[in-house]
Design a protein around this ligand. Structure first.
Ligand code: PEP
Ligand code: MG
Length: 825
């Protein structure tokens, strides 16, 4: 009926008999790890420990196992009685920390420890519990002694109180003490309060209790203590014990922050070995509580750390696979895409003392502090002086892009996850919070107000783009650190996945960043993004040209600018595929309503072009059909750029993509324009540029007619930003912050469909399109370039639809690589 630690399993006993603690000790012993010496009185026998005969056997057994005698003062030993339940539960009575102390040995033991009050502390704890719960002493009387008596006199005073008012005096004999201690713990466990606590946890009233008798070697307090440690440094993930240690014999008498593990008297080697062994066994970051008795380390508990932190989790997975403990696929599976996201971006170190200004949509991950600028001009001015800036604006337009790029972070009060600010911020890796509806921006007064806080332009705020929070003042931002382990894990992920991962990159710099992060090519170059900032007048002149001459001039300028941009882009992409999308310039982005035109003819034309619903207006291929030299000019610039880089030895695989198609003839006409451009380039350069041509699928009609598009297209790419907008009829720029938050809050949607791909509705359209397109052209390439391509949940759903690749903003490429691997495993 007494089971020494380490012998439970051999006798066929599990947690239902040994209790969770006993089972854990068994496991630790079987792993060869140092534990406290102890025995378990199994659940079915625990009540018998109240019998001094069994208690005597227990004491004898512990003495035999340790070679010491309880209560003796030359090789001193005390006992601790520890209860544990068959399943984890709260409300388990506390340990009784020191049995075997009596008036005859107390002084000698206290001297050995070197701190009298530490011995008295544990002794008093035992006496108080046993007095009330086993010897019928009035609890109020015990309380009076504890509050009214000086430290060192409490134990004698309690002994006296028990002798006077208890059902029996407190015994000196360790076995009799143990039997009473067991009775006290079981009495507490059986109390109405204990039963209520079990009922509240859904546990049976009569849940059993195992009792453990542990051997405590007593030694000098400086060489004793207790602590907690985990197997990895949470900051770096390095495999070294991380935790704290409190010196002293009694757990109760230690407080404060504790000491670093490096202060352990016997060093950390044994702890390091124990934690490494546990990591291997648990295949998780391990955490232990331990005790030090006279310099000797003993583990008291061990478990897998539930939230180990991104870096620790990643390094563990890579280390275990490198050591051959797990295979690479298991390592890949063990790392969450969200952890990768965390590792790639700067993060806030929060203390809990931060003051929040407002919350919005987590539009682009990362964190940064900076001074508030309420206009693009001010942002450029300040950042030009080297001041980190947080651009705060209602929304952004292409004219704001230089300021957006120069800013440390961006906050908008309107606009959703697929809004201009969000898309550009993700492309450039700038932290952004969008759609902060509660933010009141007063540019005239130079203030931003939310929740009663007012921030002036020039004051500091901190933006957490991962959580979607804006804080007052400057906070501690921890920069992202590149990590070799992440590269290793992602290379293993690449070996598992079948879904390709490309990047949305509009220029050479973004393409370079994307390739560094593992993109296999460019899945979307939005050519309208090449006309941002000081290039904006080029597109405007084209859109607003009042006559044929002005039109020609504007188009020539546009072509020249693009040829330079394409050449720079193709120089970095090497031989990889590069999907260049012909112009899709929603007019409100390029001709905003509040724009003042110096030229009256431009003003008139802008007024004519104004649309109530520009996202459904003169966009994409529609403009090219009205201006039939536009796409030809763009394609010519692209093909000429290809000729230039091909002469230098690289052969990018060009894919020319037509946006916003909903009628197959639109595609046919646009392809005709592209073909003529290729012919022209061949005539002037003598080079026949190899290219493929394809269509975006951004409207429900395009999805439903994918077979007819496939007759003309070498590839189709799903633009799920617009496809989601048009499938739900939710404006991608307007609904997210207020409306969709309400929908999510009320449970109508689980997440914004602009963030998480809608498998039911948009997914049904994509499935139809995939099936129809492949029926006509089995080898057609099918990709996706909406923002969903960088969202881990969405990537899983898209992989299931049988796409060939996804394309996402450069910073999200690693997330997509891992998510695609998870989808394949
Ligand atoms: C889309 O609609 O998903 C897309 C990629 O195009 P854009 O975001 O430029 O409209
Ligand atoms: Mg689109």
């Amino acid at each position: 009926s007494l089971v020494p630690y380490g012998q439970g399993r051999g006798r066929g006993l599990g947690a239902e008999e040994l209790g969770v603690h006993g089972e854990q000790m068994d496991r630790l012993v079987s792993l060869g790890l140092p534990t406290v010496v102890g025995i378990t009185v199994p659940v079915s026998r625990a009540r018998q420990l109240t019998d001094p005969a069994l208690a005597r056997e227990a004491v004898d057994l512990v003495e035999e196992l340790t070679g010491r005698r309880v209560g003796s003062t030359d090789r001193p030993l005390l006992l601790r009685l520890v209860p544990s339940t068959p399943v984890a539960a709260t409300g388990v009575p506390p340990d009784l920390p020191a049995l075997g102390v009596c008036p005859a040995n107390a002084r000698a033991l206290a001297e050995l420890i070197g701190r009298e009050h530490q011995l008295h502390d544990v002794w008093t704890t035992v006496l108080a519990v046993v007095a009330v719960d086993a010897l019928d002493v009035d609890a109020d009387d015990v309380d009076d002694v504890l509050t009214d008596t000086a430290d060192g006199d409490r134990a004698p005073a309690l002994l006296d109180l028990v002798a006077r008012t208890g059902s029996a005096p407190f015994p000196d004999d360790p076995a009799e003490q143990l039997a009473l201690a067991a009775r006290a713990l079981l009495h507490r466990w059986d109390s109405p309060r204990g039963r209520r606590a079990r009922r509240a946890q859904g546990l049976p009233d009569d849940l059993g209790l195992a009792l453990h008798v542990q051997a405590l070697h007593v030694g000098p307090w400086e060489r004793s203590g207790h602590g907690t440690a985990s197997s990895r440094d949470p900051g770096t993930g390095a495999p070294r014990p991380h935790g704290t240690f409190h010196r002293g014999v009694s757990r109760r008498s230690t407080s404060g922050e504790g000491e670093p593990l490096s202060a352990l008297p016997e060093g950390t080697d044994l702890l390091r070995h124990a934690l490494a062994t546990l990591e291997n066994h648990l295949r998780a970051v391990a955490t232990v509580t331990f005790e030090l008795r006279d310099g000797k380390l003993a583990l008291l508990s061990a478990a897998a750390l539930p939230h180990p932190g991104a870096r620790a989790g990643l390094r563990l997975a890579v280390d275990l696979a490198t050591a051959g403990t797990i295979d690479r696929a298991t390592a890949v599976r063990a790392v969450r895409p969200a952890a990768v996201q965390e590792l790639l971006h700067a993060q806030l170190r929060l203390t809990g003392a931060e003051r929040e200004l407002a919350r919005g949509l987590a539009a682009s991950p990362g964190a940064a502090s900076g001074v508030v600028a309420l206009s693009a001009e001010r942002a450029l001015e300040l950042s030009g002086d080297g001041v980190p800036v947080v651009l705060v604006s209602t929304e952004t337009t292409p004219a704001d892009v230089p300021a957006l790029v120069a800013s440390a972070a961006v906050v908008t009060s309107a606009g959703g996850l697929a809004s201009h600010a969000a898309v550009v911020a993700r492309g450039t890796g700038t932290p952004a919070v969008c759609g902060v509806a509660e933010l009141c921006i007063d540019r005239d007064a130079g203030t931003v107000t939310a929740h009663g806080h007012t921030v002036r332009e020039g004051e500091r705020v901190t933006v957490d783009g991962r959580a979607g929070t804006v804080y007052l003042g400057e906070l501690d931002v921890r920069p992202a650190e590149p990590s070799a382990e992440l590269d290793t894990l992602l290379s293993w992920a690449d070996a598992e996945r079948t879904l390709g991962v490309r990047a949305n990159a509009d220029n050479a710099a973004e393409a370079e960043a994307a390739l560094r992060l593992g993109a296999e090519g460019i899945g979307l170059c939005r050519t309208e993004h090449q006309f941002l900032g000081d290039r904006l007048p080029v597109v405007r002149r084209f859109l607003l040209a009042p006559d044929e001459d002005a039109h020609r001039l504007a188009l020539d300028a546009l072509t020249a600018a693009q040829q330079a941009d394409f050449t720079a882009l193709l120089q970095v992409t090497g031989d990889r595929p590069v999907t260049v999308r012909l112009l899709d310039a929603p007019l409100h982005e390029f001709l905003p309503h509040d724009e003042v035109y110096a030229d009256p003819a431009h003003a008139r034309r802008a007024a004519q072009l104004r649309e109530v619903n520009p996202m459904l207006g003169l966009r994409g291929v529609r403009l090219a059909l009205l201006e039939d030299d536009l796409y030809a000019a763009q394609a010519e610039a692209l093909f000429s750029a290809w000729v230039t880089v091909a002469a230098a030895g690289t052969r990018p695989r060009l894919e020319v993509m037509v946006p916003m198609v909903s009628i197959p003839q639109e595609l046919e006409l646009a392809i005709g324009q592209v073909r003529r451009a290729a012919d022209r380039v061949e005539r002037t350069t003598g080079v026949r540029v190899p290219y493929q041509v394809g269509s975006m699928v951004e409207t429900p009609r395009a999805a439903l007619l994918a077979d007819r598009l496939a007759e003309h297209a070498d590839f189709l790419s799903f633009g799920t930003n617009d496809l989601t907008q048009m499938t739900f009829g939710f404006s991608r720029d307007d609904v997210e912050s207020r409306l969709l938050a309400h929908y999510v809050g009320e449970g109508l949607l689980t997440a914004s469909p602009f963030a998480e791909f809608d498998a039911d509705g948009v997914g049904a359209l994509v499935a139809i399109a995939v099936q129809k397109a492949r029926a006509v052209r089995p080898d057609i390439k099918l990709g996706l370039c909406g923002e969903h391509g960088g969202d881990a949940v969405s990537v899983g759903r898209l992989a299931a639809l049988g796409l060939d690749y996804v394309s996402c903003s450069p910073q999200r490429v690693p997330v997509a690589r891992l998510a695609a691997a998870h989808a394949a495993l």
